[in-house]
Structure formats: C-alpha cells, structure tokens
Ligand binder design. Structure first.
Ligand code: DGL
Length: 259
C-alpha cells in the first residue's frame, strides 16, 4: 500500500526533534511535519487532564495537515495521554516511553537510573512497566528545570551542569550501570551527562526504537510513500523559533504559528 501523506510528530517543545532525527534517518523519503508546542512547555509539571487536552490540540493540527500516522515524541504526553488519543482518533499512534526493559535486562548491578519528568514518573503507564522489573532497583529522578533550560537555549549553562550533577551523583553513588533518558529533550544533554558519569555507565534513549516502530506501523497499517513527492520536512513552533532553528542547525524551514 502506498500513502504519500506525511508522518506527524509532536512534542511539548524542541526535544522531540531527537526522535524526529531518528525517524528521518531511517525513513528519509517520508514527508514529516513536526510540531513544537513550546508555548506550553514544559508539560512535565502539568496535570494529566491538561496534558490530554494539549495533546489533542496538537493531534488536531496534525490531522488538518493530513498526517497518516502520529508519533507522540514526548514521554510525558505518551504516558499520560496516548490511551485517550487512541480512543478518540482513528489513526495509528506511536508513543515513546522510558526504556526500562533494555536497561533492566542488561544491567549487571541490577541498579538502574531513570531521569524523566514528574508527569512521566507519576503516570500509571510508567509505574505498571516499572512493576514488571521487581528484581531491579530503579532510581527515579525528576529532571526539575532541565526542559525549561533547553527550551530557553541554555543547554550549556553552569546552571545546567549543576542540576545534572545534583541529579546524577546519587545514582552514581547507588552503583547504577544504566541511565535511562526518559524525556525526549534529554538526548541533547548527552555530551554534558557523559562528562559527569563514569565511562562504564551506559546511557539509553528510545529514539531508534521509535523509528523502527514507525517503520513497522507504516508497513503494517499506514503505508509507505512512493517517494515521488519528496519534500523538505516542515517544522511548526508557537513560541521562540530561534531555539528550534538552532537545534536544527538552520537546515530546515521553521514556521512560527499560533496553534
Ligand atoms: N519532551 C518531553 C518528554 O519526553 C516533555 C518534557 C516537558 O515538556 O516537560 O517527556
């Protein structure tokens, strides 16, 4: 089955571009539309009801743009709203959740760390998954302040380093051997995180797994493009376009729009 409609991707802000990149690398012929709801970031401190309402607003914008499949490139939105989205809209959704399973399965120390938003760590979906790994000690840490600093373009600030050190040192002391990045903004912090973590601690994020899952769902349900109408990806943002442009290294058009 051929389907030339775009893949829609949304996040509370610019972080989901880390997931978008993995999708674009694996499926370069597919048209993509990315939505950064930066005006409402961070989602991580909002209530479930607020996160569901914002996620629906984003989905409706992507549906108006004829998306054939939607990737919720946000752990907070996935863990709080994907069930409601799947109930309300007749289109395939792919979500992103903290990669507890590969970390717990491969951990030698059986102690792993998870850095994520409060909304993700408090969600029912996350806690159900965590319960499946009773033999692993999971050290959960809310990344207070990190998303806002990234959205403000302060990736390499001393404040960022200080926050990361305060969140990671207790995990190092507890002997983790895996750190799961449970927020799609955090892969942009990997260079800084690596400076803090000892070399033997592995960092896991979910970008490539989401890209592979997108490929599977296109194959099974939504259909691949025939590649003939190939066009540049389109990025929409509703606040602070400069930061999105800079994270994309000015390679793609960014449209500022209120949605
Ligand atoms: N990037 C998001 C996530 O994966 C949301 C961060 C936020 O808005 O708090 O959780």
């Amino acid at each position: 089955m051929t389907n030339n409609n775009p893949i829609g991707v949304f996040d509370s802000g610019i972080g989901g571009t880390s997931i978008w990149s993995a999708i674009h690398d694996l499926l370069p012929n597919e048209k993509t539309i990315y939505l950064a709801d930066s005006k409402n970031a961070p989602y991580g401190q909002k209530t479930k009801e607020e996160i569901v309402a914002l996620s629906k607003k984003n989905v409706e914008f992507l549906l108006e743009n004829n998306c054939k499949l939607i990737v919720v490139a946000c752990n907070t939105a996935t863990t709080n709203a994907i069930r409601e989205l799947r109930n309300d809209y007749d289109i395939p959704f792919i979500g992103i959740e903290p990669a507890i399973k590969p970390a717990a399965t491969n951990s030698r120390t059986q102690v792993i760390g998870i850095l994520a938003t409060k909304g993700t760590l408090n969600s029912e979906l996350f806690n159900k998954t965590a319960e499946m790994f009773q033999h692993t000690t999971i050290i959960e840490q809310v990344g207070y302040g990190l998303v806002q600093l990234i959205e403000d373009g302060n990736l390499n600030s001393p404040e960022m380093t200080q926050l990361l050190e305060s969140y990671l040192q207790p995990m190092i002391d507890a002997n983790i051997d895996y750190l799961v990045l449970g927020c799609s903004h955090y892969p942009y912090l990997i260079p800084q995180i690596k400076k803090i973590l000892p070399d033997h601690i592995q960092i896991i994020d979910s970008g490539e797994a989401v890209a592979r899952q997108t490929q599977n769902v296109l194959r099974e349900k939504a259909g691949f493009t025939d590649g003939k109408n190939n066009s540049d990806p389109v990025f929409y943002v509703n606040s602070n376009p400069a930061v999105l442009k800079s994270i994309l290294e000015n390679k793609y058009p960014v449209i500022e729009k209120d949605f």
